[in-house]
Design a protein around this ligand. Structure first.
Ligand code: ADP
Length: 402
């Protein structure tokens, strides 16, 4: 038996997708993955990777719909087109579900319209998602399409965590609140923790740290999120590859008045020219580490600011949770960078957090989820690889079968 689910993540100039077989022995390993990038540029790029084959196409791609149709055609050439695979459902990643969506939903015209109505809250992401949804629905009209929202997991935030101390009328009129992001990852990873530490999920208080190019922290009590670092948009919170994370909003007024910058320029500055990249020129942690090894002081300072911010969030979430069972690292940096785990967790013995260096270095070569704290560390510290595609595929399959 197979159960193929297509998972689509449509961005502004790219489409990433995977086909997962939920009935396979290792459903977390994609059956096929694909990338359509440089849409609308002079040179396009499509790559389809299966276990035995990789094919590429470098002709220009006029639009998202052209890109997706061509990618499906290339899959068919390999005998693994959506029709050949009898795709059971399509799961679409959607960044912003606003106050409307607190769980995955089957997409119909009304849902598509509602996702469109949320564009002002996610101007960079939702238009591309909507485009992807429309194109995929046109190409695969007989298959259920399911939207899975990055914000949904944070619907449960108490008002004290989700409401800003902003004028109530203005906030309500313009739907301004903390929506969070990366929820699919925080939910997936935190869902695996109780089993690993051998505790009843309803009793587990935990912090999850999704440290990738984007980065966020979440405080979770008994499976429900009670706080998170991202805000109205994914700009808030931790220091990221190119984003500032938390910053005094007055910096904006200051830049408008003193540097005569426009709002769009500041938007670009905060989202694309700041974070690690803005501090030391690189946003990839591997390059940052190389610069630090060479003694580059800007890189070292960028790293220190990053660590400082993660520790601020961990500290405040420990207090919010009252009692803490586990802290989990995930995503590209969290899963791979030994130093970040060591330094963000350093000198916390008084709080019951003790890292085991050999486990942190993964000297045993464990693949997948693992503990990195000592046996007598009261708070368990873990590395759990995230898999947002698998989480989306499962959600899509569940709704398609309901
Ligand atoms: P995204 O937010 O784009 O999904 P990922 O979770 O894939 O990001 O994380 C990407 C980041 O992870 C890269 O920018 C890089 O800094 C970091 N990374 C990936 N592999 C390693 C590694 N082996 N060592 C250190 N950092 C890594």
């Amino acid at each position: 038996m197979t159960q193929h689910i297509l998972v689509l993540n449509s961005g502004s100039s790219s489409i990433k997708f995977q086909v997962l077989d939920l009935e396979a022995e290792h459903p977390d390993v994609p059956f096929l993955s694909g990338l359509v990038e440089q849409i609308g540029e002079s040179r396009g790029h499509i790559r389809i990777v299966t276990e035995n084959n990789t094919i590429e196409d470098r002709r220009p791609i006029l639009s998202h719909s052209v890109g997706l149709e061509r990618a499906f055609g290339m899959m068919s050439l390999l005998g693994v087109g959506p029709q050949d695979l009898d795709v059971h459902a399509v799961g679409h990643r959607v960044v912003q579900g606003g106050s409307i969506f607190n769980e995955p939903v089957i997409i119909d015209d009304r849902v598509a319209e509602q996702i469109g109505s949320l564009i002002p809250l996610a101007p960079l992401h939702n238009p591309a998602h909507l485009d992807g949804i429309e194109n995929a629905r046109a190409l695969l009209p007989d298959v259920p399409h399911v939207a899975v929202f990055d914000t949904a997991f944070f619907h449960s935030l108490p008002d004290a965590a989700s409401r800003y101390a902003l004028n109530r009328d203005i906030a309500d009129q313009y739907h301004i609140r903390r929506y969070g992001a990366h929820g699919t990852s925080h939910k997936y990873v935190s869902g695996l923790v109780p089993d690993i530490i051998g505790k009843d999920p309803r009793e587990v208080n935990q912090i999850t740290l999704h440290l990738g190019n984007g980065a966020s922290a979440a405080a979770i009590r008994g499976g429900k999120a009670i706080d998170t670092s991202m805000g109205l948009t994914p700009l808030a919170g931790l220091v990221m590859g190119t984003r500032t994370g938390d910053i005094d909003p007055s910096v904006i007024f200051h830049l408008v008045r003193e540097a005569k910058m426009s709002i769009d320029e500041i938007d670009t500055l905060f989202n694309r020219r700041s974070g690690l990249k803005g501090l030391c020129g690189v946003n990839d942690f591997r390059l940052l580490q190389e610069l630090m090894n060479e003694g580059e002081s800007d890189a070292q300072e960028a790293y220190d600011i990053y660590v400082h911010r993660v520790r601020q969030y961990v500290g405040s979430y420990m207090l919010e949770l009252g009692r803490l069972d586990a802290i989990t690292f995930t995503a590209g940096v969290g899963e791979n960078h030994v130093g970040i785990r060591r330094d963000t967790m350093a000198n916390l013995e008084n709080f019951g957090i003790i890292i085991d260096d050999a486990r942190n270095n993964n000297e045993a070569g464990v693949k997948g989820a693992r503990l990195i704290s000592t046996d007598d560390s009261e708070v368990k510290v873990l590395v759990v690889p995230t898999n947002e595609e698998l989480a989306i595929a499962r959600a899509a399959a569940e709704l398609a079968d309901s």
